[in-house]
Write a protein that binds this ligand. Structure first.
Ligand SMILES: Nc1ncnc2c1ncn2[C@@H]1O[C@H](COP(=O)(O)OP(=O)(O)OP(=O)(O)O)[C@@H](O)[C@H]1O
Length: 346
């Protein structure tokens, strides 16, 4: 099922939760909605599910206008952070619930439940009470229960937030595998950048009810569209520098003496923002002069804060045994490849 959103707007009183969002999700694709708390991701997901009415805009499933359809008509299944399972039903009964409501035959229900138990690796636990399951197992039951009715689309609302880090990593791989095997179009809400990077075909970065960037995971870190995305994903040194002219009257900028290329030649821009990731900077014996003003041991990485000219810059160094640890006040030198600088214009 292909999903198309056109100019979706949703307000709660004065709060604009979703501001004019348009988005296309292709058949079989998994798109992550990523953004800070309150950016409107859950609202958008619930609008797609048909659980929240929108103020204006249109929603299409495979070209059909479903804007006025009820949640049931849309046949969208949701998987929530808190599992939303029936505590008084066992595993099998929870999974079978959607089919029973739809009055399917006993033999069909048995067959479907058995096949889903297998798919989510819960065979053997069919008679267990929900209270006797681990968090990961509960989320598998929730996934099986969502899939049993053969929904058109699958919507995930922070499904792994209640699990510990290790389980989150293995569950997200499992979810991704099942989603791909079935080929079901999915939208996955998360505020965890690592989860979005690991699970999605494309990531929609949101802030304050608006889409900031739609991008493939591999491009998000190195090609953020603006300073919000650059700072939301990993650590970013964002350095505002003036636009200059070289001897051929071409626009350039200089970052600590190194020449940075500018693509937007035809626009009247006075400043650019240079994005330099902390791991792109090397500590060297000579080069750009800097002074250590802070340091932090992050395990595999040693993170230094240094002052260069008037700027405070973060530098990440691999925490190798043979590396000397620098102290506050130490004078150091830095170097970086000018090709590693990404230029932003806002
Ligand atoms: N039922 C509601 N009534 C009033 N305001 C709401 C309601 N639901 C959401 N909001 C507001 O709309 C905005 C977007 O909320 P939403 O829950 O969609 O954000 P979110 O990105 O999913 O955040 P979180 O990650 O914290 O769940 C927020 O400012 C929120 O306070």
């Amino acid at each position: 099922m292909e999903i198309v959103l056109k100019n979706i707007i949703k307000k709660y009183g004065d709060v604009a939760a979703v501001k004019n969002i348009s988005l296309e999700v292709k058949q079989g694709e998994l798109v992550a909605l990523l953004g800070p708390s309150g950016c409107g991701k859950t609202t958008l997901l619930r609008i797609i599910a048909g659980l929240v009415p929108l103020d204006s805009g249109k929603i299409f499933f495979d070209g059909k206008d479903v804007t006025t359809w009820s949640s049931q008509q849309r046949n969208a299944a949701m998987v929530f952070q808190n599992y939303a399972l029936f505590p008084y039903l066992n595993v099998e009964q929870n999974i079978a619930y959607g089919l029973k409501v739809r009055k399917r035959s006993k033999s069909e229900i048995e067959k479907r439940v058995r096949s889903l138990l297998e798919r989510v690796a819960l065979s053997g636990l069919e008679k267990r009470d929900i209270q006797e399951l681990s968090g990961g197992q509960k989320q598998r039951v929730a996934l099986a229960r969502a899939l049993v009715v053969e929904p058109n689309i699958l919507l995930f609302d922070e499904p792994l937030s209640n699990l510990d880090e290790k389980l989150r990593v293995s569950m997200r791989q499992e979810i991704r595998k099942i989603q791909k095997d079935i080929g079901i179009t999915s939208i996955y809400v998360t505020h965890d950048q690592k989860e979005a990077l690991a699970i999605a075909d494309r990531i929609v970065v949101m802030n304050k009810g608006e889409i900031q960037q739609i991008v493939k995971p591999d491009e998000l870190y190195y090609k953020p569209a603006n300073t919000f995305v650059a700072s939301f994903i990993g650590h970013a040194n964002l350095i505002e520098i003036p636009v200059l002219k070289d001897e051929n009257n071409e626009k350039i900028a200089k970052l600590f003496g190194k020449i940075v290329k500018i693509d937007k030649l035809d626009e009247e821009i006075k400043n650019i923002i240079a994005l330099l990731r902390p791991e792109e900077i090397k500590l060297t014996n000579e080069g750009i002069q800097a002074k250590v003003i802070g340091h932090e041991n992050l395990g595999s990485i040693y993170r230094y804060k240094v002052k260069v000219e008037t700027y405070e810059i973060i530098v990440d160094v691999l925490n190798r045994r043979r590396n000397r640890i620098l102290n506050i006040g130490d004078c150091v030198h830095l170097d970086f490849d000018e090709k590693s600088v990404h230029v932003l214009y806002n």
